[in-house]
Design a protein around this ligand. Sequence first.
Ligand code: NDP
Length: 476
Amino acid sequence: GTAQIGVTGLAVMGRNLARNFARNGFTVAIHNRSYAKTASLVDDHGDEGTFVPSESVADFVASLERPRKVVIMVKAGAPTDAVIDELVPYLEEGDIVVDAGNAHFPDTIRRENALREKGLHFVGSGVSGGEEGALLGPSIMPGGTAKSYESLGPILEKISATVDGVPCCTYVGPDGAGHFVKMVHNGIEYADMQLIAEAYDLLKQGLGASAAEIGQIFAEWNTGDLESFLIEITADVLQHVDAETGAAFVDIVLDQAEQKGTGRWTVQNGLDLGVPITGIAEATFARALSGSVPQRKAAVGTLQAHAEPWDVTDRDAFIEDVRLALYASKVVAYSQGFDQIAAASEQFGWNIDRGAMARIWRGGCIIRARFLNRITEAYERDAQLPLLLADEYFTGAVGNGVQAWRRIVAGAALHGVPTPAFSSSLAYYDGVRAERLPAALIQAQRDFFGAHTYRRTDRDGTFHTEWSLDRSEQPA
Ligand code: NDP
């Protein structure tokens, strides 16, 4: 075989990824379960580079130079297993199978184990950036063996996005680390989107501003610290007019947010690891609330507000408050996401470099943003940083906005504007910085009803109080 890399699964993502490889000068073997997609790729884009199409898996594998590198880009779950099962009999020791779909990381750990026993490298790789990213340069998060990255890495780095000449692709860590990091990326994306949506709602309700006016505010914000892909597209979306009705586009879209599951996985894992990823959790639940149709139907016009509409007088000051609150809440959400990566890295022995993750998210992916540079710098100052929020840059950047943040969250509560992500992020901020938490009372309660014991502030050891006897404090 002569092809340097193969792609199987040629729907939107696989097709664009294959074109990206070809446009970068690689000879690309292509295959799809049904041949029509393979044929149409050659018909439509055959002139972009060198494609080697195959109808059968056997021919596809045979068309690759060794060690073979096969990228699977099919529907996550059972289809991925089906494709792996079909490929494996044709592969030989040292070959590399890359799953670039959105797999759940426990599946990746399982698959990596199974293929390792056969002498094959299995690389679960996160790929972010949607269709356009796949074609023009995504952010790529490959896991699997470090050995596989030696030959695979340079190819992936060539087709990834670059920022300041640095590729948005790096080796993440063994087995499921790549897909894990992609999962957290998506969770952070949920939080970021929810925070932006809350900021929009605050501006709408506080100022009575139109979608187009708010779009202009976002466009302005995109020239400062908040500069990011999501803020940029928000400005575009808000200024878009529905062709049919002439109404602001956002006003004619049904307000029920859907999800494909990566936010849910992130939250479930946060619970498993005991990491408070409240921003991501609130964002995921906010989507669920929006889709709770019978509940909303029962509540609209029924639940009392006892709140006056928000009638902001100092427009510019309010906009600046919302901006500062958005930035602070965003830093909290990212800080929590990086805590989750650290906890998983510890639990699974992945040794993930968090600064490098921020670096490869600067371009190509959905959460690409200017401030990711700040995160990389923070981890460069201290690779073991226990709390991103406590880095010297972020203590200042967030600290400057704390009063604005409090005004916005308090105002939202007073005027009945739902801001679950803004509010929970502020609660997290106040919780994590509190010298003393009411968790002491929780421990006392647990000891009272369940003899669960407690530790003391004044001496070492574990204690239990004889609540039902003489209420004396005893070493447990
Ligand atoms: P889809 O998820 O819609 O999957 C369609 C592809 O899967 C087709 O090539 C189809 O083949 C193949 N397929 C489905 N079932 C099987 C099976 N049992 N055996 C063999 N092949 C099968 O394609 P997308 O391009 O949207 O996404 C591909 C992957 O990339 C997914 O895992 C997705 O989660 C992930 N992803 C998607 C992003 C996006 O923006 N869309 C972004 C990042 C990741 P056939 O043509 O024969 O039906």
